[in-house]
Design a protein around this ligand. Structure first.
Ligand SMILES: Cc1cc2nc3c(=O)[nH]c(=O)nc-3n(C[C@H](O)[C@H](O)[C@H](O)COP(=O)(O)O)c2cc1C
Length: 297
């Protein structure tokens, strides 16, 4: 078991109660003319208390290694609505990357975007496996194509379809059958050495977590979105590759090749690289459907 955190509130505290308001674990509470602490064992190290304190009166041994100034920069840079919306609208799934490979530094900068994503219970147990270089990407691609061939056989052979019916997997099989043309296209294109699965990417970021964490799927997917949004700020592109996640789920060979740590599942995959083409425009999307809920009572 982890030892209790050491949290101290120093004399500069102005009793503004902001730490009381924002602590998700009710650790800070006002008592007469001071703020007291309880439930220390429940602290999930979210750091909100340090970040909200207007006078830097809070010390937390697990959260401040060096200094507040170094580790908790001031949050006074704001992006306006239009800038933020434009950042979001400029993110694009890249379907053809340039041949240039990414440096380790570029990959590490991408991972920084994932580092600050929210995680359930602030668990921060998102893991990243980096597939560096086109050669390794192709090794995985070849195995994925083999998996696609097997899946195609399973959903098209009458006897195997019949067996799927018997074991109650008809819906699953029909779903795969509906996307058969895409599997076929991936296979056919790769026979001509055109990569429609990873879009010629030079690297992959495999995002995985222990299945027993509170919200491993959500944590990985949200981290992936952060990385996709951030990529363009360093003139890189990132595309979410659901096909590798599916191949990993279906194929023992793909799982063995990727070889994640024990109990880990692959929840998100990003193909990353430099852009070969730049988009001149952002795209339009239909207005989302909105419902303003009203209580019946
Ligand atoms: C769960 C999920 C899986 C996806 N899988 C793939 C994929 O395997 N290959 C691909 O090219 N794009 C994939 N995409 C990207 C979507 O196709 C893309 O977001 C959509 O076409 C809209 O384009 P945009 O991202 O440029 O707005 C995936 C997206 C999501 C959310």
């Amino acid at each position: 078991m982890r030892s209790l955190p050491i949290i101290k509130i120093d004399k500069t505290c102005i009793k503004c109660n902001k730490c009381v308001d924002i602590c998700p674990r009710y650790i800070f509470f006002p008592s007469k003319n001071e703020i007291k602490l309880r439930n220390l064992e429940t602290c999930n190290d979210c750091g909100h208390c340090i970040a909200i304190c207007p006078v830097d009166a809070i010390y937390h041994n697990r959260l401040i290694k060096d200094s507040v100034e170094a580790e908790y920069p001031l949050a006074n840079e704001h992006f306006n609505y239009d800038q933020t919306l434009m950042l979001i609208r400029q993110r694009r799934s890249i379907r053809y990357f340039s041949d240039k490979t990414l440096s380790k530094e570029q990959i590490l900068r991408l991972i920084q975007f994932g580092r600050y994503a929210p995680t359930g219970h602030n668990a921060r147990k998102v893991n990243y496996t980096i597939v560096m270089g086109r050669e390794k990407v192709v090794t995985i691609l070849s195995e994925v194509i083999e998996a696609f061939k097997k899946i195609r056989e399973q959903v098209t052979k009458p006897i195997l379809r019949f067996l799927a019916l018997l074991i109650g997997k008809r819906k699953k099989v029909e779903k795969v059958r509906r996307s058969l043309y895409r599997l076929n296209s991936h296979i056919t294109y790769w026979e001509a050495k055109i990569d429609k699965v990873f879009h010629n990417a030079s690297s992959l970021i495999l995002i995985h977590a222990d299945e027993n964490m509170p919200s491993p799927f959500e944590d990985c997917v949200i981290a992936a979105e952060n990385i996709m949004l951030g990529a363009q700020s360093i003139e890189l592109g990132a595309t979410y590759i659901g096909y590798l996640v599916k191949a990993w789920e279906h194929s023992k060979d793909v799982r063995e090749l990727i070889n994640l740590p024990i109990n880990h599942s692959l929840y998100a995959v990003l193909a990353v690289g430099k852009l070969k083409h730049n988009f001149k425009r952002v795209v339009s999307r239909p207005e989302p459907k909105l419902i303003y809920w009203n209580s019946k009572t």
